[in-house]
Structure formats: C-alpha cells, structure tokens
Design a protein around this ligand. Sequence first.
Ligand code: SF4
Length: 351
Amino acid sequence: MSAFHPVHPLDPVPDLGGPRQPLLSVENLTKHFPLRGGFLGPKPVARAVDGISFSVAKGETLGVVGESGCGKSTTARLLMRLIEPDSGSVTFDGEAVGTRTGLSLRDLRRRMQMVFQDSYASLNPRLTIADSLAFAPMVHGVSRREATEVAGDLLGRVGLDPASFLRRYPHELSGGQRQRVNIARALALHPRLVILDEAVSALDKSVEAQVLNLLVELKNQFDLTYIFISHDLNVVHYIADRVLVMYLGKVAEVGPVEAIYGRPAHPYTRALFSARLSMDPDLRTMAVPLQGDPPNPINPPSGCRFRTRCPHAAPVCAAVEPALLDLGGGQAAACHLHDPQSGHPEAAHAA
Ligand code: SF4
C-alpha cells in the first residue's frame, strides 16, 4: 500500500523523501524476451534490458540515448509496468514499485505517465478530445463535469483553445496538435514523472521546437521530472540535464549533459557523438565513426558488448564485463580504459 492517500483524486502527490532522495531509483532491471526455437538446448532469449541501474533526481530531465534496439523503449515500458521485468527493482520516491507492500499499479500511474511517438495511435479515434482528457480523472473518481473542466484547463495549458478543440476528434487535428493533446492527457492526474519516448521525433522541425519549448514550460509549471528518450542527440542536448547512454541492453555511460557531450568517456559515446565532436578541433582526433550494426541481442558478445565495434578492444574486453566506473563529477562509464587495474594495455593513458 502507498504511504499517501490523496483527499481529492487530482490533488498533487506530495514529495515524500525531500530533494536529496531520488524520484526514481532503478536497480539491476532486466527483461529478456523469449524467442521461438531452442528445442534441443536452452530457449533463446533477446536480452533487451540486461541489468541496468540508474536514478533520476527530482526536477531533472534525464535524456536516454542509444541506437535503435539498445533497450531505451523497453526500459520506458518496464518503468511504466506496461511489461513486467524479469528481475530488478524500481523505487519511486522511496516506495517500492510492483511489490506486495509497495506502490500499486494505480498509484504508480498517478505518479508516472508516458507520452509515445505515435500521436494518433495513442488516442482513441472514437473519443472526442474532451472525453480522452477526462477519461483518467473519471476513472480516479472525478465527476464528469469536473473532469471536463480539467480537460478544458489542460488544453489551454498546452496551447490549444478549449472552445475549438474539446469537441473535435483526433483525425481532425494535426500531428503537433495531437501530441499536445497527448501531453495534456499525461498531465491530467498531476504526475510527478513523465516519460517522453521519442515524443517529438515524428513532428516537423518547426513544430518539434514549439513542442519542446512547451515541455520546458510545463515542467516548470507542474514541477515535473522528465525521462526524455530520443535518438536525436541535438534535441537531448537542448532539453536534458543528465544523459544515460545505452548499448545493447546495458548502460554504457551516464553523466551531466555537458560532460557527456563535451568529454565523453566511453568509446561508444564518442563514436555516437563523433559528428558533433568533429566540430571541436581539440576533440577531433577522438572522434571515431560508428561502423556496422550492433550485434544480435540474442547472442551478445562476451565481456564488453561494444568490443566488436570498439577501436580500443583488447583481450580483457572479451574476458571481463566492465563495471560502471565512477569518473567523478557525476559521470560514470563502463569501460576498462578508465580502470588502471583492469589489465587493458591503454588503461593507464586513458585513466
Ligand atoms: Fe572498448 Fe574495451 Fe572499453 Fe569495451 S571495455 S568500450 S571494448 S575499450
């Protein structure tokens, strides 16, 4: 059971642990999807998310980047409990998620909401915008009249005139307008954390900039925390405070946005950002273009998963999986180059 029982369904959920307690703590989160086959041996699995740990501070925007298939979106769905993890724990402001004594799914959905890339598929085509926005408050016990008032207020907050949009259907809206509605709907229960999964990726560049600015405004207005998942490094640079880099279901690197973009420590991060780094003469020699596709997550490389594409790969990289090493200043990278004790021949120079 949650420690908090709101008096009114739309009362904001209060802060429980103070500013120093992370809003979200994730420990060893794992999801392997079973595949067909394996009649004569162990059943094959795709290791979509493979023991990742990270935290999100209150009020920050954590950007999550990585190539497609790295586990970004699976992580988001695990956090929302749209899919069940195989193992690992998630703690929301000190309360365990998904355990018998922790936050229920209903409590979790009040605190955490998600906006998806496909603005049209996210909305029920048979419901008016008013009904779509009023739905969650009504499920939580708010009267239809009040829920419709809330819907109108939310539309105004996302820059859409309630008088002209409340009675429309999703197909009557542009992609940008629909995504504004999805953002409004995500805010209807006053969540504390919003996961934005490629939420601006399908929009035209000019509309994307408007929606990004709106997200920044709403974050301040509603005192929100964001997890912002995107393949677009420029957008993440603009909106994120910290960045988590994922590779093949693992965390490769995490740190403040300036460190990740200015002094990336993991060879994968350097390769991913090489186009940006090559603009800086001091870093140009570090820029290594990323070649080939990531290996198959069904049978990932031993040791470091990036070793098959890494220009610094050494025997130790195949033998030992690198741990996420604290590099100071909030930056951490999972690479033997930064551990002088690792046995990597280049470690002493790079550390
Ligand atoms: Fe490259 Fe080895 Fe570091 Fe992996 S551990 S990123 S293979 S140097």
